[in-house]
Design a protein around this ligand. Structure first.
Ligand code: SF4
Length: 275
């Protein structure tokens, strides 16, 4: 029997997990093995309804699981949110993963309607603002599209976390990637900026690239310099969480920008000197 692993962000560990899709509708990013063996599919609404019937009606947070439930499109999402509202009327927030590419399917008005129906938060893998790094890793979007979609979310009042992968551009190019990433992140407003460190997973296309010598991981010093550049140059228009506490990171910290900037930079400097 194959066991399906359900992925969800740390912040959603107390949310009611509602499976709406299996796999990722794109599934071609070279570094990613999360949904490698799964064919993307939507779960039937009847199945969702049965799951929701077992939910506590006073549940406050729901997380729609699957690589990118937004791939289902506007009409289908409206139906899903309608079911959530029917069975969990006290739910204050529905969240899910989202990709820049699938956000392009939604107009500003549609996002506003979904927000009003309860979709309140997205976790978006922007990964980097560097078109070089995005192309190298076969991401489906580029920086300008990321900026356009994120601004659309800001206008719709739909909150999101920006997930950034440090080291994505490979050895020798991290600072260049950081500059582009800062330019991208400074163009819109995120609730949190979450950094994770690129890892080479067994069986990923990136592993083949590394074995063939066409990709080399950045070393620790370079990764710390990339993080330093990000923290030093991020301009935020409201208090924004900076979070590098994910287990993949070599430097783990969580604080608020702009007020904790100096403290984070001091710790980064100390760590940099120690290697
Ligand atoms: S990184 Fe995201 S979009 Fe890319 S294959 Fe993995 S789940 Fe899909």
């Amino acid at each position: 029997m194959t066991r399906t692993i359900v992925h969800y962000p740390q912040d959603e560990m107390n949310s009611f997990l509602l499976p709406v899709t299996k796999g990722c509708s794109y599934n071609k990013c070279f570094f990613c093995t999360m949904y490698k063996d799964q064919i993307f599919e939507a779960l039937p609404l009847r199945e969702l309804e049965l799951v929701l019937m077992g939910a506590d009606r006073y549940t406050e947070k729901v997380f729609l699981t699957g690589g990118d439930p937004l791939a289902l499109g506007y009409e289908e999402l409206r139906k899903i949110l309608g079911l959530v509202n029917k069975y969990i009327p006290f739910c204050a927030r529905v969240a899910c993963y989202a990709s820049v590419t699938n956000l392009k399917k939604f107009s500003l008005d549609q996002l506003g309607i979904l927000h009003d129906q309860g979709l309140r938060f997205l976790y978006i893998g922007f990964e980097s603002g560097s078109d070089y790094a995005l192309a190298l890793m076969n991401k489906a979007h580029r920086k300008e599209e990321a900026i356009r979609e994120a601004r659309k979310l800001n206008k719709a009042g739909l909150g999101f976390n920006s997930i950034i992968l440090t080291g994505l551009a490979g050895r020798g190019r991290s600072l260049e990637s950081a500059r582009e990433t800062v330019e991208m992140l400074n163009s819109f407003s995120s609730q949190s900026i979450i950094t994770m460190n690129l890892k080479i997973f067994q069986g990923s296309p990136l592993q083949k690239m590394a074995l063939a010598g066409s990709f080399e991981l950045a070393d620790q010093a370079e990764l710390l310099d990339e993080l330093y550049y990000l923290v030093e140059n991020l301009e935020v228009d409201k208090e924004t969480i900076f979070d590098s506490s994910h287990p993949t990171n070599i430097f783990k910290i969580r604080g608020f920008l702009p007020q904790d900037r100096r403290k984070i930079l001091n710790k980064l400097e100390a760590r940099r000197k120690s290697i």
